[in-house]
Design a protein around this ligand. Structure first.
Ligand SMILES: Cc1cc2nc3c(=O)[nH]c(=O)nc-3n(C[C@H](O)[C@H](O)[C@H](O)COP(=O)(O)O)c2cc1C
Length: 307
C-alpha cells in the first residue's frame, strides 16, 4: 500500500507533517537547509525580535530529569536587520520556512510583520507564550484572550501570509485564547510553547543552575499536557493546529494528530535523536499507518474526538 504523508496547513502544502519547532537550530539558512535535507516537512526560524538580544546568562539549557529539559534562552537573536540579511533569499528553499516573530506589544509585532515582507517566509508564527522572558509572552501579559486578540489583529492588518499564533500550556482557558486568535484572523494555532517555568538546583552549590534561575519545560514530560491542550483547542476552533511538545517518535506524532493536530512541531526531540529525527518520525508514522490500514495520514487527524 502506498501511504500518503503530505498534509495541508493553512494553504501550505507540506510533504509530511513534521516541522522544526522555533528556537531549535533555526538561526541560519544553512542549518535550516540541513534540516530540510533531513526530511522535515517545514522549518521554523528562531524567534526574531526588532533589536538584537543577548538573551539570558549561561547556562541556558539543561536536562533536569530523563524526560525533562528546562531552557531559559531569553530570545537571544541578532534582530530583524540581521534576520533579513540571513534569510534574504529563500526562493530556492525546498520546503516552507515559517518566520517566528516576537515583540513586547501589538505595535512591535505589527512592525515585525510589516518589515519581514521582503523575506520569502511562507508563513508567520507570532509567539505569545514564552514563560521566562521579562516583557515577552506570559511575562508580558500576552497569554490572555484580550491580548491575543489585540496582537493577532494588529499583525493580521500587516500581512497576507498565513498567520500562526503560538500559545502557552500554562493557561486554563486555552480554548478561549485559541478562539480569540481565530476571530482576530489567525490561520492556525501552534500549541504549545514550553510549560512552567521550572527550576533545577545544584545541591553542591545550593544554587539554581540556570542563569535565569527558572526555565521553560520541554521534552517527553510535556507531551501529555500538550496533548490535552491540542485536544481542547481542536474542540474550540476550526483552523488547523500544529501540535508541539515532547514529540520524539512516530507514535507520539500519531497521538498528537489523533488529538487534532494537522502537523507536529519537533524541538527537544532533536537532542534525543539528532537531525535524522524528521525522517525517522516519518518512517515510523508510515509504519503505523500501514499496519493499521490507513492509506493517508490526514485520516487520523482528530480521530480521538469520535464518540
Ligand atoms: C532551547 C530552546 C529554545 C527555544 N526557543 C524558542 C523560541 O525562540 N521561540 C519559540 O516560539 N519557542 C521556543 N522554544 C519552544 C519550542 O519551540 C517548543 O514549543 C517547546 O520546546 C516544546 O516542544 P518540544 O518538547 O518538542 O521541545 C524553545 C525551546 C527550546 C528547548
Amino acid at each position: 500500500m502506498s501511504i500518503k504523508l503530505d498534509v495541508e496547513l493553512a494553504g501550505l502544502r507540506l510533504r509530511n507533517p513534521t516541522i522544526l519547532a522555533s528556537g531549535i537550530l533555526g538561526i541560519s539558512k544553512k542549518i535550516l537547509e540541513r534540516v530540510a535535507k533531513s526530511g522535515a516537512g517545514a522549518v521554523t526560524t528562531k524567534s526574531i525580535t526588532v533589536k538584537p538580544r543577548g538573551g539570558h546568562n549561561n547556562p541556558i539549557f539543561i536536562q533536569s530529569t530523563k524526560e525533562t529539559f528546562l531552557n531559559a534562552v531569553g530570545y537571544s537573536n541578532p534582530g530583524l536587520k540581521a534576520a533579513k540579511k540571513e534569510f534574504e533569499d529563500l526562493s530556492d528553499f525546498p520546503i516552507p520556512v515559517i518566520g517566528s516573530l516576537v515583540g513586547e506589544d501589538a505595535e512591535e509585532f505589527a512592525y515585525l510583520a510589516e518589515n519581514i515582507k521582503e523575506i520569502g517566509f511562507k508563513a508567520i508564527e507570532i509567539v505569545l507564550s514564552c514563560p521566562h522572558t521579562p516583557g515577552y509572552g506570559l511575562l508580558g501579559g500576552h497569554g490572555t484572550p484580550e491580548a491575543t486578540k489585540e496582537i493577532t489583529s494588529a499583525v493580521r492588518k500587516k500581512t497576507k501570509l498565513p498567520l500562526f499564533v503560538k500559545l502557552s500550556p500554562n493557561v486554563m482557558n486555552l480554548g478561549e485564547v485559541a478562539k480569540a486568535a481565530e476571530k482576530a484572523g489567525a490561520d492556525a494555532i501552534t500549541a504549545v510553547n514550553t510549560l512552567g517555568p521550572g527550576m533545577v538546583i545544584d545541591v553542591e552549590t545550593a544554587k539554581p543552575i540556570l542563569g535565569f534561575k527558572v526555565g521553560g519545560l520541554s521534552g517527553p514530560a510535556l507531551k501529555p499536557i500538550a496533548m490535552r491542550c491540542v485536544y481542547d483547542i481542536y474542540k474550540a476552533v476550526k483552523i488547523p493546529i500544529i501540535g508541539v511538545g515532547g514529540i520524539i517518535t512516530g507514535k507520539d506524532a500519531v497521538e498528537m494528530m489523533m488529538a487534532g493536530a494537522s502537523a507536529v512541531g519537533i524541538g527537544t526531540g532533536v537532542y534525543y535523536r539528532g537531525m535524522n529525527i524528521f525522517k525517522e518520525v516519518c518512517d515510523e508514522i508510515e509504519e503505523f499507518l500501514e499496519s493499521h490500514g490507513y492509506s493517508n495520514v490526514k485520516k487520523i487527524i482528530g480521530l480521538a474526538h469520535r464518540d
